[in-house]
Design a protein around this ligand. Structure first.
Ligand code: SIN
Length: 518
């Protein structure tokens, strides 16, 4: 069995950045289920939030983050996020990420719910792609070993301590075990739970299922952010139209041409994402349409083409000139705030198991993520993970998420008839019943259906069947959490409980059945 000091699962910004820091400390293996460049990071358009402008401060950034999180951010984690931001951005610049400048200064954009412009970007709207390309080039020219097309299928744990990971080679079907001292999950998001998503195909919540099955705790799964504006063209994938387009003055109109957002919120088109997404759905219902329109035609066309070259070119390739025509858009699943519970060192309740990036729940996002805080979260907390692994070979376990109630997955009544289990039915169920607007009835029906599907899951043997197993389990964790939370808060909105309730100002954490027996 091969041994590495650090094994990192995933090759988005979280995996690559953590690997580059870890290589200074020991041997590193990255395991990734596609090619090194198959990840969600490269789809990130907006950028990285950081308080560098003289009108801004880490304190203001902290206040905006906590306001967006709607009562569930961990203030200690947010303090780390904002106070370490500038140093970590300097690290990215040292690695070679070419952030955009304007008149010799860092260019900063505005996004929803930020008090001031504070979003750094690269290549206009291609921030993720630039970060991914820069970091993957660094990894390729380093001694870090990369196993591509290999899927982690089981975390090996003994006496509540990580020993290694079992891996399926997706090309040959063979399995192998690798030993390590530190296992870092950086497997990304869960957008593929939903029929419509801005996420790449790899975002199948792999880390959450792996960690839960190994005995790690999973928290805040009900908080999933839907992005208001994904391109809606027949037969075209839901391509992200960055919120920065509204930050530059873009306006949402219904299909009758009416500007509707001022009717819903005083911040109009720059209201928090959950409000904009729900408002879009209401307008679609009112106008009996399957989309609304984003208008950037009043902006100078050179601004549109230089600030949003990626969006401009993609839309043009689909026959849409956005400098002259309105962009048909609908909301789409975008970002998971919850995930594997970690403390501010990125540690789980299993010794030696760390988590970085979207699959972790560090407590910085609370019930709703402030736009462009996620790339920052990755670089701040990945650094802390590597620091912690150097403090002691077996870090002590502590927790940061303080106000929580713990649950086990429920033993549901299994309905007699459910739709057949396949990826399309699963994604439709989550989109319809666990999406932007939820209800107790819909959530209960989805919970029952998922419990029934869990009983007829195919025995996993290849990437597709592993992913289906993973999606059903993570879908259950998300749906049951949303059913338990009888209120509306942040990104979680229920028609039967449309207001926040002080009784629910705590986290919902799931423990695995193995923990019940222990
Ligand atoms: C966007 O560009 O609108 C997405 C940015 C983010 O989700 O943080």
């Amino acid at each position: 069995m091969s041994y590495y000091d650090y094994i990192i699962v995933g090759s988005g910004i979280a995996g690559l950045y953590t690997a580059l820091l870890a290589r200074e400390k020991g041997s590193v293996l990255i395991i990734t289920k596609g090619s090194i460049d198959d990840c969600n990071t490269k789809y990130a358009q907006g950028g990285i939030a950081v308080a560098v402008d003289k009108s801004d401060s880490p304190k203001l950034h902290l206040q905006d983050t906590i306001a967006a999180g709607d009562g569930l951010c961990d203030p200690e984690a947010v303090e780390f996020l904002v106070s370490e931001a500038i140093d970590r951005i300097a690290d990215l610049i040292k690695f070679g990420v070419p952030f955009d400048t304007l008149d010799g200064k860092i260019a900063l954009a505005k996004e929803a719910a930020h008090s001031v412009p504070r979003i750094m970007h690269a290549g206009g709207d291609a921030t993720g792609e630039h970060i991914e390309t820069t970091l993957s080039q660094q990894v390729r020219s380093s001694p870090i070993k990369v196993l591509e097309y290999c899927l982690a299928t089981q975390i090996l744990v003994e006496n509540k301590t990580v020993k290694g990971v079992r891996v399926l080679d997706c090309r040959t079907g063979s399995t192998e075990e690798y030993e390590c001292t530190f296992l870092i999950l950086a497997t990304g998001g869960a957008g593929r739970l939903f029929k419509y998503t801005t996420n790449s195909d790899v975002a199948t919540a792999d880390g959450i299922a792996l960690a839960f099955q190994a005995g790690a705790e999973i928290t805040d799964m009900e908080f999933f952010q839907f992005h208001p504006t994904a391109l809606h063209l027949p037969g075209v994938t839901r391509f992200l139209i960055s919120e920065a387009a509204r930050g530059e003055g873009g306006i949402l109109r219904n299909t009758k041409g009416y500007r509707f957002m001022p009717n819903y919120n005083s911040k109009a088109d720059l209201a928090p994402r959950d409000i904009v997404s729900r408002s879009i759905l209401y307008e679609m219902q009112k106008t009996k349409s399957d989309h609304v329109l984003l208008d950037v035609t009043h902006l100078p066309s050179h601004l549109v083409t230089t600030r949003f070259p990626h969006i401009y070119r993609f839309c043009l390739s689909q026959g849409l000139d956005i400098t002259k025509e309105l962009i048909p858009v609908t909301p789409a699943a975008h970002y998971l705030m919850g995930g594997i519970k970690v403390n501010t060192w990125g540690e789980t309740n299993i010794s030696g198991l760390f988590v970085a990036g979207e699959t972790a729940c560090t407590g910085v996002h609370g019930a709703n993520r402030l736009a462009s805080n996620s790339l920052l979260e990755v670089i701040v907390f990945s650094k802390k993970i590597i620091e912690k692994t150097q403090m002691t070979r077996r870090p002590a376990v502590s927790t940061v998420i303080k106000k929580e109630k713990c649950y086990f997955l429920s033993g549901r009544k299994i309905p007699e008839r459910v739709p057949s289990l396949n990826l399309a039915n699963l994604q439709s169920l989550l989109w319809n019943n666990v999406g932007i607007i939820r209800s107790g009835e819909g959530l209960a029906q989805a919970t029952d259906t998922l419990a029934a599907w869990e009983r007829c899951l195919p025995k996993p043997s290849d990437r597709f069947t592993y992913e289906l197993n993973t999606l059903v389990l993570s879908g259950r964790l998300m749906t049951e959490a949303a059913l338990l939370r009888e209120e509306s808060r942040g990104a979680h909105f229920r028609t039967d409980f449309p207001k926040p309730s002080p009784a629910w100002q705590h986290h919902i954490t799931f423990k695995s059945a193995a923990q019940r027996e222990a």
